[in-house]
Write a protein that binds this ligand. Sequence first.
Ligand SMILES: [Zn+2]
Length: 696
Amino acid sequence: MTAQDLQDNPLLDFSGLPRFDALSPADVRPAISELLCRCRALVERLTSDEVAATWRDFAEPLSDGFEQLSRAWGIVGHVHSVNDVPEWRDAYHEMLPEVSRFYAEVGQNLKLFAKYRAIAGSAEYARLSAAQRRVVEHEVRDFRLAGAELPETDKPRFQAISEELAQLSAKFSENLLDATNAFAELVTDESELAGLPADARQAAREAAEQGGQSGWRFTLHMPSYLPVMQYADSRRLRAAMYHAYVTRAAEFGPAELDNTSLIRRILELRCEAAQLLGYTSFAEVSLVPKMAESVPQVLAFLRDLAARARPFAEQDVADLRIFARHELGLETIEAWDVAYVSEKLLQARYAFSEQEVKQYFTENKVLAGLFSVIEELFGVCLKPDHAPVWHEDVRFFRIETPDGELVGQFYLDLYARDTKRGGAWMDEAISRRRVRLDLVDGGEGIQKPVAYLNCNFSRPVGEKDGQPRPATFTHDEVSTLFHETGHGLHHLLTQVDELGVAGIHGVEWDAVELPSQFMENYCWEWGVVQGMTGHIDTGEQLPRELFDKMLAARNFQSGMQMLRQIEFSLFDLLLHSEFDPAGERSVLELLDDVRHEVAVLVPPEWQRFPNSFSHIFAGGYGAGYYSYKWAEVLSADCYGAFDEVGNPFDRNTGQRFLREILSVGGSRPAIDNFRAFRGREPQVDALLRHSGMVAA
Ligand SMILES: [Zn+2]
């Protein structure tokens, strides 16, 4: 590798936008290896005794150096997600272990910790900007939670716990996946398919054929399982599938796939690690970097919400029972009937066709509607822009101030492709930060942020009058687009110049969904929907009558759904706080207590929900499942400020939301952002109101 080769490597060009037109998988290894080398050398140099523990001499050059690695690796990760062809997959996976190893090393580097701690204890600290202080504070906190301050005698044990926990979590998900795959229900009698939609039957038929069987094969994967539970008239089929689903990875199946003992062990180890760090429970540790202050605070929050949702949930269940008895001849509702009866009731009450709605949400109308919401609310201008892209479908836009000053730019990759990861997500391409333009003069500039917005919507099909017809989106997809745009705005409209807390960086985990969920509200504003619909054939706006049905259906069973989420959240939090993993009481007994406290529908005694609760045992949600509701309360309450002034586009309120929440990113605690915007503590009323839970 010559210096010239490296100079021409597009991944090492940090002068502007990613060079997707010049980039090839062969660039990955040389560029990332070079950056890892540079970062290691930088860490070595900055942690030496000669380097003063100051912002200017230590924290800033470290952040600048690391930014290059994360930016280049971010481009590689992005291409791997949106163009997952074998050459890119190989290039990504070849370097992934090396990059992960580097970050693990940094997280355990006690010399780095010592420097940050020295800054925090220095006379300079008080003179740093609030954002800089917060960066230092976060660094010290993260090192501490990773065990950096433990006595030397405890460190090996702490390390061993971390490693065992990582293995147990991986095993938990593997068991669950294997147990999910181990079951299939083969239907040979066609009459048992009554009620199932044609596409679900077709998929089951193909699955059977692939296995060399005749008949219809149903599995526990969502696309196969859900239609059965929602639509199959056969109660026997629903019961069989339900039983298999809720007893996965439990003692009734193969012993080697049983997650029961793993759950105990995970809880014991989390508890031990928390105690080594000086906390009484894992839940306390989990809350340290979050917005919520304490376990009792979150418990009170969940219980208050449960009490207020309960009457509505009870009404939901009563409606379900009456409908089942009178319309379906079911005297009792079993657990495997709930989704089926609910679907029938939904259709009876609010029948409308998703397909019909979809004809009104044409791509250009939707984008124009979304952009005008952003322009009206935040006083910025969105314009088409040009940049090298990774696929011809991708569009590129810029955000400017009214005087034409660049604020940020974003890529929009809307359609599904075989080579694109599923789902929808926002990712950062470039982050806002202060850069020194000329070290001699001390000149400074601001690097402007760039975001990727990725969705998996269906691409345009067919032609009309010789022109390609536009893509059309379901209302759910439109809502997803608004959601991801909310994350994008958090990243793009930030005014913070320190990378570590700019945009979504350093934002508490339980507050990060605030801007995204906030933006979703606009898809339910009639004024917005009118402007962003135009029927694909006639150009007509969505009829008000159809919109009213959508609105009514939106809040269908919202009480029941809310209590279900609270049940999971409460179980998770109690399991990681009050529950003693070494004690007499079992995990199932705790779950039983929680259900008796909050649930309106108690599932059968043989159900083994914890054994498949991978969010908390294998994902990052341990003692954090409450975050879903927490962020929903915050976003609904923020949106409530617009309700109060009677205008969803009120410019003053929009500017305040921009100033106090979006633009400050992680530079200030989320609760302070909220208070500054709302002038008070968060309240649950707006969420209940938006979910239709208001006393008649
Ligand atoms: Zn989100």
